[in-house]
Design a protein around this ligand. Structure first.
Ligand code: ADP
Ligand code: MG
Length: 352
């Protein structure tokens, strides 16, 4: 058993509090992703699990052990950083085995563990190379190998793919997913990239300003966000938001005619709301005249069509199929009401 449990965890730097009382349970063997915008506290929280940052208040447990005041080396964790932090003068083999060597492991055991990590990461051909003769992706594999040889209960990754180019990032993402399937250890992975979060996680923790906004499985967050922040953060391109006001039995949008009777508990008349609708749930109506096609991004299988209303409100629509909208055209848009989500504009809370 080596899940991770946080109870009312707080971090302060002097008078400045950056983590505001986090309660979280990560199951044994789970792949948990911390996601959120830059500066929201992802790295701080991860480093608190690692013991690289002191926990100001609250408790942190790994498995059955309270590790809150333990040294990093006692916690049974291994961390992989964005900067690979390899020793440039050592070969791949020595880089991976170095930590074990410093801890006095016998040579034969080190060789065995390095061989196993090498096999998992498909690094056989590179064992005698030095980091300078490796690509970015290979270097990051070596630094993951250095974590594997230590046989940790919990792997911690802090934006490990951010230094790689787009193609390699996709490749390494698949590698990391495979690694988790093969090793089955608990993993906590920090990223600001919601695509990485969606594709890797069993459980996503959305953080904002040192608080948890929502915890859930990727598709749960996508389909059923609790608030406007999560709705806007998960999904790419992001959900569209249209401002409007409740009439008590419908929503009147600032920018579109008609009354939208959303199948939710509508708030009191006069409440300012935001209606959310995802790009993939909107259809362009070539006969309509409410919007202008500002720009189309043709990605091949799909196009992202950027619409602007008369008042300048922007909407992105995902378009598939053989006929695509042309820039400059006047169009309308349709969407099924049951796909729209409603949020209180002031608090951002979901209205269900
Ligand atoms: P993220 O990894 O999500 O981008 P961080 O965890 O690095 O964010 O930072 C969270 C917040 O804590 C930021 O506002 C950052 O400025 C602050 N912070 C991080 N480290 C320190 C420090 N050593 N002293 C003071 N503030 C810090
Ligand atoms: Mg960070």
């Amino acid at each position: 058993m080596s899940g991770v449990v946080m109870k009312d965890v707080i971090k302060k730097y002097g008078d400045v509090q950056v983590i505001h009382g986090i309660d979280l349970e990560i199951e044994d063997g789970e792949f948990c992703v911390f996601v959120g915008p830059s500066g929201c506290g992802k790295s701080t929280l991860l480093r608190m699990v690692a013991g690289l940052e002191e926990t100001t208040q609250g408790t942190m447990s790994i498995g059955a052990r309270d590790v809150t005041s333990m040294d990093p080396a006692e916690r049974g964790v291994a961390m992989v950083f964005q900067t690979y932090a390899l020793y440039p003068h050592m070969t791949v083999r020595d880089n991976m085995g170095f930590g074990l060597k410093m801890n006095g492991y016998p040579k034969a055991e080190i060789a065995e563990k390095v061989a196993e990590a090498t096999r998992i990461l498909k690094l056989e051909e590179y064992l005698d190379r030095k980091p300078a003769a490796l690509s970015g992706g290979q270097r990051q594999r070596v630094s993951i190998g250095r974590a594997i040889v230590r046989g940790p209960e919990v792997f911690l990754f802090d934006e490990p793919l951010s230094n790689l180019d787009a193609e390699l990032r996709v490749e390494m993402r698949v590698e990391i997913a495979r690694l988790h399937k093969e090793i089955g250890a608990t993993m906590i992975y920090v990223t600001h990239d919601q695509v990485e979060a969606m594709t890797l996680a069993d459980k996503i923790v959305v953080l904002r300003k040192g608080n948890i906004e929502q915890v859930g499985a990727p598709l749960e967050l996508y389909r059923n966000p609790d608030n406007k922040f999560v709705a806007g953060f998960i999904g790419s391109p992001a959900m569209n938001f249209l401002d409007g006001t409740s009439t008590g039995d419908a929503i009147a949008l600032d920018d579109l005619d008609g009354h939208y009777r959303l199948p939710v508990g509508l708030p009191a008349e006069g409440t300012q709301v935001s209606m959310g609708i995802r790009p993939e749930h909107i259809e362009i109506d070539p006969a309509g005249k409410t919007h202008t096609v500002e720009l189309t991004e043709a990605l091949g299988g799909v196009s992202f069509v950027h619409l602007t209303s008369e008042t300048g409100e922007k909407i992105i629509v995902e378009e598939r199929g053989d006929v695509r909208s042309e820039e400059g055209a006047q169009v309308g848009m349709n969407f099924p009401l049951e796909r729209a989500m409603l949020f209180d504009r002031k608090s951002g809370a979901r209205i269900r």
